[in-house]
Design a protein. Structure first.
Length: 394
């Protein structure tokens, strides 16, 4: 099930695990008017918001096993360098003998991303989820999280074999995510510089098992990106890139484009294989890119173009139905390919033309008997006439 629903206004914050100040032994969303990050706990009621509804395991045959909460701990509380109060915590769950660690946090709308001076701040809130399991590449999970005031702007799903659903519920959203750990190779960005011009090797290989939902704030100063068309929808991306920007519309080529970047080789020297999924709606594209032709095209295609302009050989799938667009591409490699979504030419089926055959005309033929003395002739024709000297015999 995939539901693309848009929460058009910031909802009133429902009762959370905690209101006001946060006690040292309790997790939950507290005061939204301060710069803070709150760890989320398991939902205690069927209607509570800003909490973890469930998590469990998905078998290859689709069977789901719900996990049981073992413990939830507020690990520590501190103030970071930007002045945000961090209420840091995690939950531990168990299903089929497998332990799952879930670290889920929600920034407040006043969360400070960075500040240039005592008065020049950039704010940005997000829901952040990180999963820990013993064998992440082979473990597929399904998790559900409820939020209240969070208004989605950009959703990043760092999961392999991923799936996503957004359901509007009273007061907010129920988010459902599915997937396994995603192989990922990266550079050590603590170095003074990273060369992106050639076929570089990664500094390390890792596994991603993370989800981010960025909040569209009241203005550009309170959002990760300008909240253009946030009331009309958002984009969802799932990928193993180091950097993937928001899509841009190329009017001259009539294409939606993504620039992605990651090391060409893994840390072990193998080709770094790319994985990319994208979801959005026609409604959002028409608002964000009014001249786009994708929303009006029944058939779409995806291309991965390497830096030299050649097209990558990759596994791709595009669906466009019921106002929703879904794109999948896998098996290409990095460093900086460009992912292009464009209208696909409809396959024109030439009508079969049967050869023209002239209609057969049936001649009407008559025969008469003509007699001259004892001689009798039979004259046949369309209008038979007896020859001179003969008379028509009865």
């Amino acid at each position: 099930m995939r539901k693309f629903s848009i929460f058009a206004a910031i909802a009133t914050l429902a009762t959370s695990t905690l209101q006001g100040a946060v006690a040292a032994d309790v997790m939950g969303v507290g005061n939204l008017d301060i710069a803070a990050v709150y760890a989320l706990d398991k939902c205690s009621t069927a209607t509570q918001l800003d909490c973890i509804e469930s998590i469990g395991l998905l078998a290859d045959n689709g069977t789901y096993t719900n996990a049981t909460l073992i413990k939830s701990d507020l690990i520590n509380t501190y103030v970071d360098s930007n002045g945000n109060t961090i209420y840091n915590g995690s939950t531990v769950w168990s299903a089929s003998g497998k332990e799952i660690s879930l670290h889920a946090t929600l920034d407040t709308p006043q969360h400070i991303l960075w500040k240039n001076s005592s008065t020049d701040f950039q704010y940005g809130a997000a829901l952040r989820i990180s999963v820990g399991v013993a064998d992440p590449l082979e473990t597929k999970v399904r998790m559900k999280v409820r939020t209240s005031w969070l208004r989605p702007q950009s959703v990043q799903v760092k999961l392999n074999d991923s799936n996503f659903a957004d359901e509007i519920i009273p007061g907010g959203h129920r988010w459902t995510f599915e997937g396994k750990g995603l192989p990922h190779s990266s550079y050590d960005y603590s170095k003074s510089s990273v060369d992106r011009t050639g076929m570089q090797k990664a500094d390390y290989d890792a596994v991603l098992f993370d989800i981010f939902i960025h909040h569209a704030g009241i203005d550009a100063a309170h959002s990760f990106w300008p909240p253009i068309c946030a009331d009309q929808g958002y984009t969802v991306q799932s990928n193993n890139t180091n950097e993937t920007g928001e899509p841009s519309w190329n009017a001259s080529e009539q294409t939606l484009q993504f620039g992605v970047f990651a090391p060409h080789f893994t840390a072990t020297g193998a080709l770094n294989s790319g994985y990319f999924k994208f979801w959005t709606t026609d409604k959002f594209l028409n608002c964000k890119f009014p001249t786009n032709t994708l929303s009006k095209s029944p058939n779409l295609a995806v291309q991965i173009l390497y830096e030299d302009g050649t097209e990558a050989v990759a596994t791709t799938q595009v669906t466009h139905a019921n106002g929703k667009i879904s794109v999948v591409a896998a098996g290409f490699h990095f460093s900086s390919p460009k992912i292009v979504i464009k209208p696909a030419a409809s396959q024109v089926v030439e009508p079969t033309v049967e050869p023209t055959v002239a209609p057969k005309v049936t001649q009407i033929v008559k025969s008469i008997k003509c007699k001259k003395g004892k001689t009798i002739k039979v004259i046949t024709g369309k209008n038979p006439v007896c020859p001179p000297g003969y008379k028509k015999a009865s």
